[in-house]
Design a protein around this ligand. Structure first.
Ligand code: GLU
Length: 482
């Protein structure tokens, strides 16, 4: 086992954004490609943003996508607890260490005072007012029970830099850094502080996360330095973008389509297809243009060098294509488990649902498409006689009427109503009348389906409809042809 340790540290905010899922996946693949360890940590210290049940959503998503963690909630591990709200004493202890070392200090400023530091636009940072409090003043304030926060003491001058694996060197003037809060008045730590303590204590070697943290990372580096800890390797990932109808690109959000893993699954996308697609949104394999990857293949192929720093655009059409390919590859029983309930629900009991589902297997790219594709089954669509005209088969409404009139009595005598028998009957009829089989099939298919494009041929559709409905539709078609 290698020494690489990565983590996924989501805040339980209610749903799993695809961008977050990609972060989890890349973090997982980075460590697994090297035989390392993957940790799940729930960052729930921002109590205001907490959503009930959100942790379960995270756990379910990781399970469904096959992103297995080696340590984390439920399964435990050597570095627990893995839920930050259960680690509060640890953060206090480490904050106090920094206070002792002079890298942090108690701040007793009131909310009113902090408010007064802001300009008319509500902007304005902390002015370092409590930096120089004497030990006596601090003791006195504490004895009086004054509320306080603990702040990180930033260096007054110099620069702090680090090298991000994806973006290269990031450098910031220390004078731009405010003395940020590490422990709030209610005793809860801020993300800015506690994730650093956790990453260190959990032995994280590579921090993989969204690039919104790129420019605050110097502050985290300063915390590592203040503790005398070795900094981890930082891997910040470019934003996931979406394209709107006018072709404008912006951060992927609801106006572009479904943005959570669960919504995509509800829309009929397969977890394997989603994982495969998002794996390629910002990463590509070296020296190959392979597009289809199982999770094991991803673990095998993934490398940091394949990460891109340009923002990736989420393309729903491309995901749909991937999904269609994955659906085609599904074994029949797995496919039926998903497709049949929808077909049955939409079409009712009177049709051959198994047959219809099987006709759709290679024709859908998403399970949600089934509903719209079976509209011609659930109702008899208005007939347009133009549909009977087909150049290749040399058919016209008149020719079709003749064919249908001939075939109706033949079909009425068919007892075993299945595709093979029906096909043989129509073929024999075509031969006996020296007609093209294609013309006969065309006429019957249009009469039965009442639309041009269908998920199957004439006799397959008749099998779906069953004898009574097929005969009824053909009779109706003859009538309409006048
Ligand atoms: N809880 C943070 C988030 O969900 C994690 C950022 C990080 O990975 O450090 O954005």
């Amino acid at each position: 086992m290698s020494n690489t340790v990565t983590r996924f540290a989501p805040s339980p905010t209610g749903f799993m954004h695809i961008g977050n899922l990609r972060t989890a996946l890349y973090s997982y693949l980075l460590t697994k490609s090297q035989g390392g360890k993957f940790i799940l940590r729930i960052e729930d210290t921002d109590q205001v943003r907490l959503v009930e049940g959100a942790t379960e959503v995270i756990l379910d998503t990781l399970k469904m996508t096959g992103i297995d963690y080696d340590e984390g909630p439920v399964i435990g591990g050597d570095h627990g607890p893995y839920i930050q709200s259960e680690r509060l004493p640890i953060y206090k202890e480490y904050a106090e260490k920094l206070v002792k070392g002079g890298h942090a200090y108690y701040c007793f400023c009131t909310p009113e005072r902090l408010e007064s530091l802001k300009d008319e636009n509500g902007i304005g940072g902390y002015d370092g007012h409590c930096r120089g409090l004497s030990r006596e003043e601090i003791e006195k304030n504490l004895a009086e029970g004054m509320p306080y926060v603990i702040r990180q003491r930033m260096p007054d001058e110099g620069k702090t830099s680090y090298v991000d694996v994806v973006y290269g060197e990031v450098e910031i003037d220390n004078s731009e850094l405010r003395d940020q809060i590490m422990i709030k008045a209610d005793g809860y730590p801020t993300y800015n502080f506690c994730h650093v303590v956790d990453d260190y204590l959990m032995g994280v070697t590579h921090v993989v996360r969204g690039n919104e943290y790129l420019t605050s990372t110097p502050k985290y580096c300063l915390l590592y330095d203040a503790f005398g800890w070795e900094r981890p390797t930082y891997v910040h990932l470019p934003l996931l973008m979406g394209k709107d109808e006018e072709g404008k690109v912006s951060k992927l959000s609801k106006r572009h389509g479904a943005v959570s893993f669960q919504d995509l699954v509800n829309d009929g996308y397969l977890p394997e297809a989603i994982v495969n697609y998002i794996a390629l949104l910002g990463w590509c394999p070296k020296d190959s243009n392979q597009e289809f990857f199982t999770m094991d293949e991803l673990k095998e192929s993934f490398s940091i060098e394949g990460l891109s720093k340009s923002p990736a655009v989420f393309d729903y059409e491309k995901l749909k294509w991937f999904n269609g390919e994955y659906i085609k590859k599904l074994p029949e029983d797995e496919y039926n488990a998903k497709a049949l309930p929808i077909v049955r629900e939409v079409c009712g009991e009177h049709i051959n649902a198994e047959k219809l589902a099987s006709l759709l297997h290679t024709r859908i790219s998403c399970f949600s498409e089934i509903r719209e594709m079976v509209g011609f089954v659930t109702s008899r669509l208005p007939m347009e006689s133009d549909l009977y005209t087909n150049k290749k088969n040399k058919t016209t409404p008149e020719i079709c009427k003749e064919i249908l009139t001939d075939c109706l009595p033949l079909l009425e005598t068919v007892e075993s109503w299945d595709n093979d028998t029906l096909f043989a009957v129509l073929k024999e009829y075509a031969a006996s009348k020296e007609k093209k089989a294609g013309a006969v099939m065309w006429a019957v298919r249009i009469a039965v389906a009442r639309q041009a494009v269908t998920p199957g041929g004439a006799t397959e559709l008749m099998e779906v409809f069953g004898k009574a409905e097929s005969i009824e539709r053909i009779r109706l078609a003859i009538e309409e042809l006048g």
